[in-house]
Design a protein around this ligand. Structure first.
Ligand SMILES: NC(=O)C1=CN([C@@H]2O[C@H](COP(=O)(O)OP(=O)(O)OC[C@H]3O[C@@H](n4cnc5c(N)ncnc54)[C@H](O)[C@@H]3O)[C@@H](O)[C@H]2O)[C@H](O)CC1
Ligand SMILES: [K+]
Length: 216
């Protein structure tokens, strides 16, 4: 009976658009009451894998230091499981708790990775998945990350941003610099910024995936 109510609520609420703060609060509430954070991250990675569809090809996954990167580590594991080549490109040696858990799994499964330098070849891949920043992004993009974003944007790869285009303000869609995506896969609920006029020029196609997040 309780489960039925949750599913119903989830379906109805998918139409809602949230602020970044509301999204983070919904994540927190769901983790506290219903679904573990590791399971939620797994569902996010799996939803990205499914949404990639025919674009599941030779993939570079660019990772920041938080849970947005964690979604990317789960994706890498699933691509590997399906024999699709991928490589992780890490901006720094810093992880969230769940991000580290899935990065360790990538290492156990011999998934290729490197820390980004000026010579890193991520622009040569057919698909680039942007897991630099999600809802945890604040302030301005630092110069080293700006250079990475510019390199991503100038590549011919099919570019996919996970949750929010990295560098974009999730509430307003504003950005000094951000990843310009062919596809943005919003996780859980759409954020206002993604639908703004500001964001339009930086997003090709926008979709949202349901991972069972329950609103408080
Ligand atoms: N457990 C969950 O809540 C789930 C989240 N999902 C995904 O996680 C991100 C949000 O993750 P979070 O760890 O909160 O933050 P980010 O990964 O977005 O940020 C990374 C990291 O970057 C630092 N940072 C912020 N701004 C800057 C800046 N201007 N310069 C340098 N560094 C910066 C910040 O300190 C963070 O540590 C969410 O979008 C989802 O993709 C899962 O989908 C579901 C479970
Ligand atoms: K992102």
């Amino acid at each position: 009976m309780e489960k039925k109510t949750i599913i119903k609520e989830g379906e109805k609420m998918q139409e809602k658009v949230l602020s970044v703060e509301e999204m983070r609060e919904a994540d927190r509430y769901t983790i506290e009451n219903y679904i573990s954070s590791k399971e939620l991250m797994y569902r996010a990675g799996e939803a990205i894998f499914n949404a990639l569809g025919k674009n599941r090809k030779n993939t570079a996954i660019i990772c920041g230091s938080g849970n947005n990167a964690g979604d990317g580590y789960v994706l890498a594991g699933l691509l590997k499981e399906h024999n699709i080549s991928c490589k992780l490109f890490l901006i720094e040696d810093k992880f969230s708790e769940d991000g580290r858990y899935y990065f360790d799994k990538c290492k156990e499964n011999n998934i290729d990775y490197e820390f980004i330098t000026d010579d890193s070849g991520y622009t040569d891949f057919e698909c680039i998945v942007d897991c630099i920043y999600g809802t945890g992004f604040k302030g301005k993009v630092k110069d080293n990350v700006r250079a990475i974003m510019e390199k991503i944007n100038s590549s011919k790869a099919y570019k996919v941003s996970v949750d929010i285009n990295s560098g974009m303000n999730g509430d307003t869609g504003e950005a000094d610099i951000c990843v310009r995506s062919d596809l943005t896969i919003s996780i859980g609920y759409l954020k206002h910024g993604l639908l703004s006029e500001n964001a339009r020029k930086n997003i090709g196609k926008l979709i949202n995936v349901d991972i069972g997040i329950i609103l408080p």
